[in-house]
Design a protein around this ligand. Structure first.
Ligand SMILES: [Zn+2]
Length: 335
């Protein structure tokens, strides 16, 4: 439901109802100093064949996360209609201005795509893109896969995830797709700050929604890129859209049950990690130390784990600011 009866200013150069492969754009008029009648051009691919479900695949919801865009540019280049029953809509760079700038949020309006839903047809550039997904693309979809990674400021153990939901059938279908994706780790997420998220928009529409955190640091490794490319195909096979042999992978389920999983810095400085991603830590164990950088001879601040578990995410750059998330510790649980 939306309060905006206005049509979206975005027009697609592809026909979402046509069979075959189409490569085109979602074109959003954007008048600016260097292009009076310019546009934001968001690449889109549609691959359709016969009758079946529709998958909507997105990368660069945040512009500095790369496994998703790599997997989706590769899929868009290589997916053939005869492999498909149904439809695959691929948008490798959802927040295209942010992606082109290599930043988490849009350089045009500082919009964080994943806090901009349901968006507005008469809002900022980011809100207009969100509105198009809300009112045009999400209604076309049965299953949705939105790739994330840690970006320039976080690094994650590679995991695929879905939310704990009130509708248990919708939740179970999402966890089936997470399992099929086959990342080394899988997470059942309890969302604590769901307002404005693409995830929430899709789930409230009854769509089966799956997301990832596949690495970080503002780059993508060969390993995490491989996980994304393989996981994307496994997702489409499990969804009943891609006719191919799945490549099932073992996965370890993780749970982040409460706020004690998250450690935040209260001081700025030079961070020294005392455990690495994937290491088991004990409650009270020193996870990191922060050295004040203005003088020598000062004692570092010690950051201790507030629970036992696996170090699942960490701050990435070498300097931290007060309020930064330094570490995330998760429980290993049965799937
Ligand atoms: Zn993200």
């Amino acid at each position: 439901m939306t309060a905006h009866p206005k049509p979206s200013p975005i027009s697609a150069t592809v026909d979402f109802d046509a069979p075959g492969v189409q490569h085109g754009f979602l074109r959003l008029p954007y008048s600016r100093d260097d292009a009076a009648w310019g546009s934001v051009m968001i690449p889109v691919t549609v691959v359709a064949n016969g009758t079946g479900p529709t998958a909507l695949l997105t990368g660069a919801n945040h512009g500095d996360e790369y496994e998703g865009p790599i997997a989706l540019f590769e899929l868009a280049r290589s997916l053939r209609p005869e492999e498909v029953t149904g439809r695959v809509i691929i948008v490798p760079a959802m927040n295209q201005p942010a992606f082109a700038a290599g930043t988490r949020t849009s350089p045009i309006d500082r919009g964080n795509m994943n806090r901009s839903f349901p968006g507005r047809p008469d809002g900022t550039v980011t809100e207009k893109i969100a509105d198009y997904f809300q009112r045009v693309l999400l209604p076309l979809a049965d299953v949705v896969l939105d790739f994330h990674s840690g970006g320039r400021t976080l690094d994650f153990l590679p995991f695929c995830a879905a939310h704990v939901l009130p509708d248990k059938a919708q939740e179970a279908r999402a966890f089936d797709l997470v399992r099929a994706f086959g990342a080394p780790w899988s997470v059942k997420m309890l969302e604590i700050d769901a307002v404005g998220m693409y995830d929430t928009a899709a789930e409230e529409m009854g769509k089966v929604f799956v997301t990832t955190e596949l690495g970080g640091g503002g780059t993508a490794s060969a390993r995490t890129t491989g996980i994304a490319i393989r996981g994307c195909r496994n997702f489409l096979i499990e969804a009943g859209i891609l006719k191919s042999e799945p490549h099932p992978q073992p996965t370890q389920w993780l749970d982040m049950p409460d706020g004690d999983c998250f450690t935040f810095a209260e001081d700025g400085g030079l961070i020294r990690f005392c455990a690495d991603l994937g290491e088991q830590v004990e409650n009270g164990q020193t996870v990191a130390m922060i050295y004040p950088i203005g003088r020598t001879g000062a004692e570092p601040i010690t950051l201790s784990a507030r629970r036992a578990g696996l170090l699942t995410a960490r701050h990435f750059p070498g300097l931290v600011k007060p309020g930064d998330c330094v570490a995330v510790i998760a429980d290993e649980v049965e799937g």
